[in-house]
Design a protein around this ligand. Sequence first.
Ligand code: AKG
Ligand code: FE2
Length: 293
Amino acid sequence: MEIGDWRSTRDLNDLYRQIRELGLETNLAELDAFGFTVIEGALSPELTANLRDAVVREAETAFAAKLDVEREEAHRNWKLVPYLLYKDQLFEQAVLNPKPLALISYLLGQSCLLSSLTSHVKGPGGPGLLIHSDTANGVPGPFSPYAHVANCNYALTDYTEANGALAMIPGSHRHYHQPGRDQIGLDGEARNPDAVAIEVPAGSAVIWHGNTWHGSFPRKAPGLRVNLSMYFCRQYMQPQENYKDHVPADLIARHGADSRLVELLGANTVHGWRDEGPQFTPRSQRAGRSWHA
Ligand SMILES: O=C(O)CCC(=O)C(=O)O
Ligand SMILES: [Fe+2]
């Protein structure tokens, strides 16, 4: 059907049209049905390789160790490389990538914020990343049907179960709570039988509703599994990483003070006022009034 300029869905009409134009209606249906979806080829091969190199370079600095993507043995299990956005302009392209951002905006509203941009750099061994919901850090159960948080996980190396792929529990976005202690394993006898390996080539984006239970398998082979984890939250939540107070002047000059990127960094949110009092913008006045605002 043709999507009109309907008053009752005024925050949704344009967004839905954009999702249709981007060819993402099947992804939207998968997100609703299963709590996650995959966009293969979300990144070009060149951008995938450059992002992987940038993440590995930052990981080497953060871990004070040389890393070998193909043959690594010494770096065991996974370790987080935090606060990547301001480390390289390439990361801005990952955040503003139209297809994932359209689905994230659908889940969290146009007013959503980037919460963190990190990488879980994983070598061989260990338990992997145990199953959890990202609706965490103080959100009490029962969770809501609408998402408070959502995630886009770029595969920067090929994902297979043996290589440490992402694991998903399809349909778990409707459990509305965290998994129990006996449901979180991904290896051996403790493996949750409902866990599915997301086996996708490098350059894919996996997007999920924050309620969806997921984790990542232990890597059984030498070398590294490299992801780029783009975590978003609704505008009323506290982002994990502090961008707002540290937006570089050159980023604002390149993108504009009213750009989507600057908005994603929280520069236009109302809370946090001092003597100037609340500074409402049209967007901040609408934020949170409907699922998609
Ligand atoms: O290791 C992974 O790719 C999973 C990361 C994860 O759980 C997350 O980013 O929320
Ligand atoms: Fe997670």
